[in-house]
Design a protein around this ligand. Structure first.
Ligand SMILES: Cc1cc2nc3c(=O)[nH]c(=O)nc-3n(C[C@H](O)[C@H](O)[C@H](O)COP(=O)(O)O)c2cc1C
Ligand code: SF4
Length: 242
């Protein structure tokens, strides 16, 4: 018997193996997220596992769109040849501005390459990861935030809490600005109206009774299935496909 699907937890995998609950444990996305998953389990190195958060955004979404798989939590996945990280011998300091996922990952990567790193943030670490974790069943995004924070701490990267307004506010020879992504807004008449909000769940919850989601079908069905099922929706949902 083969057991499969969303086995993204070391204790669960160990339990199945140790208790002989299946003949084969099949792990798919867990190995895209962290190719060393099994080695880390074998070595008891559980706190350094980069778990798949079952978002499907980097892997299945892309494959369905005719592209090869990437991974939301593993920046090297699918680009192993072109993104080989060489070590450098440098006494230079990189200032990373922004404590969201991009800033945290940039700090980790720069440190691993051999730079000194200062990470600047004007708020608690996490950025948009904390927002996307709000809808029901999306808490798994916080697993990634835990991982990133843990990796930053392990490398003793200073996290400096201040609002950076100009270069005098930071210490570094080069700067990586990771202060957040910008929405891709389609040119739809009326999209600038005050009653239109973007896909920020905390904003959506404050909306009046009816709203329209503009999305590709896969993302739309995912949002509806995970967040706004008929049972728990705070408002009626009207669907129009095109
Ligand atoms: C990039 C990618 C492509 C996939 N393509 C297929 C497919 O063509 N057919 C299929 O049955 N499952 C497909 N799957 C689903 C895997 O079979 C599934 O991930 C597997 O059950 C393991 O579960 P896990 O990824 O949660 O460990 C795909 C998964 C990924 C990540
Ligand atoms: S993109 Fe998301 S679902 Fe796919 S392997 Fe990475 S973390 Fe898992």
């Amino acid at each position: 018997m083969i057991v499969a699907a969303r086995l993204n937890n070391a204790e669960l995998i160990q339990d199945i193996v140790n208790e002989d609950k299946a003949d084969i444990v099949a792990v798919g996305r867990g190995l895209i997220a962290d190719p060393e998953l099994i080695t880390k389990i074998e070595n008891g190195d559980l706190e350094n596992i980069r778990y798949c958060i079952a978002c499907n955004q980097g892997c299945i979404d892309r494959v369905l769109g005719g592209m090869h798989a990437h991974c939301l939590v593993n920046p090297v996945a699918g680009e192993e040849e072109s993104r080989k990280l060489s070590k450098i011998d440098s006494d230079k300091t990189i200032a990373v501005i922004g404590g969201g996922p991009a800033g945290l990952q940039a700090a980790i990567t720069a440190k691993d390459r051999g730079y000194n790193v200062n990470l600047y943030t004007n708020e608690d670490l996490g950025g948009k990861l904390k927002t996307v974790a709000v809808p029901p069943e999306k808490e798994s995004f916080l697993i990634f935030l835990d991982y990133l924070e843990n990796q930053v701490n392990k490398r003793n990267i200073p996290v400096i809490k201040k609002e950076v307004k100009n270069f005098e506010d930071i210490e570094g020879d080069a700067v990586i600005i990771a202060t957040g992504s910008i929405q891709n807004v389609p040119p739809i008449p009326g999209i600038d109206n005050k009653n239109v909000v973007y896909a920020d769940y905390t904003e959506v919850l404050t909306m009046p009774k009816l709203f329209v989601i503009v999305s590709n079908f896969l993302r739309l069905s995912k949002i509806l299935r995970h967040s706004f099922s008929e049972k728990n929706s705070p408002f009626p949902i009207n669907l129009r496909y095109s």
